[in-house]
Design a protein around this ligand. Structure first.
Ligand code: 2AM
Length: 484
């Protein structure tokens, strides 16, 4: 048999897989391509991979035989059963110390299970977030690998070479153990939902309260893209807003206002509920998409349910545009702070050693949420790696203080004019809650104790739970003594 010559194998020849292979090839690696439907291997070699060093295999056995040791096998296949099926077929073909990488959109709990199961057999499993779409995969994605740390020294070079770069640094580093890579990717996607919703609300306000034209809105976003909000999503929105159809009409207004979703935003919200973290902005963004998709119900309701007499903002337009920009910026800070709170909590539950500055750098380039802003987050964690909350970093608290009057003006105007701003509003409510020394939860505790004898703590005696017989005719027994 010929000497094995491939540095890595890649299973799954959909666009993402093909582009990652070509990216690896550009960086000098020999890749062996495989796909369940093996005709795709031939097609790929004869077309997209023509003239490259990419080789192909028609069976997993042949593929493994072509790999240098320790063997590195990366999968980019549909999340779920397909990943487990391939693992099952690969295990008997591999040897101790070989590595399997899943670059699909797998759930982090599945990745955790796979890391544990394969470790028992001496195989190192990695679950890596891959972000940046087709273009990213081809020319530099954001990569978020996590799983068995023993794999990292063997894949570090390939991963960091093919990843996007931000100021010369790779947007890829080891995230952490178990499902940490896929967890961080999931939070990334949740944050993406939030960023998109925030931009959507800014557009809604500019269109419906300021009555700006599409050219004007596009120009506003172009201006925003030169400052603190400089980001991929602002940039593409600028171009979307001014995109005209062949007949000269603006395409965006012809698109049905019912947002789709594939689930990663929802997973983030579910994780937030599971770990008890108030990741309200992502949650609200998921619900905003749900509400948007009730299009027919909304059309019916719009004929019945009345709002204020006018939705037109009567004040200074230029000033209000600046208020909106600041509301967006402050809300975005809250969203990222919440996302990092969720990662911190999951890290504490699973005992992952997450590198928060590294995560900000991984998202700094290559992915959908890439922005200047992530450079500021990286800087905050560089300054203080133990930073407990992003909002407590001086750069961000100063930024919020500078934006908050505008932010309050926008939320109030939205409420008065009847234009919904769910993400701006929930971010502000979170901010005011988070900075409150006292919240009305004392009353909730009293109510719980009143009707259910659930007990409460006194401010003067934290940790000691007591019950009061509020009515004089209830018992003195607290719920904890008779409720399991
Ligand atoms: P296919 O070309 O044979 O359909 C994205 O869909 C990638 O995942 C494709 O490479 C596809 O292979 C692969 N894929 C999807 N479901 C699969 C399954 N159940 N088993 C193996 N590969 C699968």
């Amino acid at each position: 048999m010929a000497e094995p010559k491939a540095d890595i194998a890649l299973i799954g020849l959909a666009v993402m897989g093909q582009n990652l292979i070509l990216n690896m090839n550009d960086h000098g690696f020999v890749v062996c391509a495989y796909n369940r439907t093996t005709e795709k291997v031939d097609q790929f070699l004869a077309n997209e991979a023509k003239g490259t060093k990419v080789i192909g295999a028609k069976s997993l056995q042949e593929m493994v035989g072509k790999l240098k040791s320790p063997r590195r096998v990366m999968m980019l296949v549909k999340a779920g059963q397909a990943v487990d099926d391939f693992i099952k077929q690969l295990v008997p073909l591999l040897e101790k110390g070989d590595i399997i990488i899943d670059g699909g959109n797998s759930e982090y709990q599945d990745t955790k299970r796979r890391v544990e199961e394969l470790d028992k057999q001496g195989l190192y499993f990695v679950g890596s977030g891959v972000s940046g779409g087709e273009e990213g995969a081809r020319y530099g994605p954001s990569l978020m690998p996590g799983g068995n740390p023993k794999a990292w020294p063997h894949i570090k070079d390939i991963f960091q070479l093919i990843s996007a770069k931000a100021n010369g640094e790779p947007c890829c580093d080891w995230v952490g153990e178990e499902g940490a890579g896929h967890f961080v990717k999931m939070v990334h996607n949740g944050i993406e939902y939030g960023d998109m919703q925030l931009i959507g609300e800014a557009y809604h306000l500019m269109r419906d309260t300021l009555k700006l034209s599409h050219e004007e809105m596009s120009k506003v976003l172009d201006d925003w893209n030169k400052g603190e909000l400089d980001s991929f999503l602002i940039e593409i929105t600028r171009d979307i807003l001014k995109y005209q159809d062949k007949d000269g009409s603006y395409l965006v207004e012809q698109i049905r206002d019912s947002a789709g979703q594939k689930g990663t935003g929802k997973w983030t919200a579910i994780a937030a509920l599971e770990y008890g973290m108030p990741v309200t902005l992502i949650g609200e963004s998921v619900f905003a998409r749900c509400l948007s998709s009730l299009k027919e119900e909304r059309v019916q309701a719009s004929k019945v349910l009345k709002g204020p007499a006018t939705s037109e903002y009567k004040g200074d337009k230029k000033e209000f545009i600046e208020h909106i920009r600041k509301a967006l910026y402050a809300s975005k800070i809250i969203s990222y702070a919440q996302g990092f709170m969720l990662m911190r909590e999951a890290a504490s539950v699973y005992k992952w050693n997450l590198n928060y500055g590294g995560i900000a750098l991984m998202w700094r380039g290559g992915c959908i949420i890439r922005s200047i802003f992530l450079g500021n987050i990286k800087a905050a964690f560089d300054k203080n790696p133990k930073l407990s909350n992003l909002l407590l970093d001086k750069f961000f608290s100063d930024a919020i203080h500078n934006c908050q009057d505008s932010w309050r003006t926008v939320v109030a105007a939205g409420a008065t004019l009847g234009v919904p701003t769910p993400a701006f509003s929930t971010a502000l409510a979170f901010y005011d809650g988070y900075r409150s020394e006292r919240l009305p939860a004392n009353l909730i505790q009293a109510q719980r104790d009143y009707f259910g004898a659930h007990t409460y703590e006194l401010l003067s005696q934290p940790g000691k739970f007591v019950h009061t017989n509020w009515t004089g005719h209830g018992g003195n027994v607290s719920a904890s003594t008779y409720l399991a």
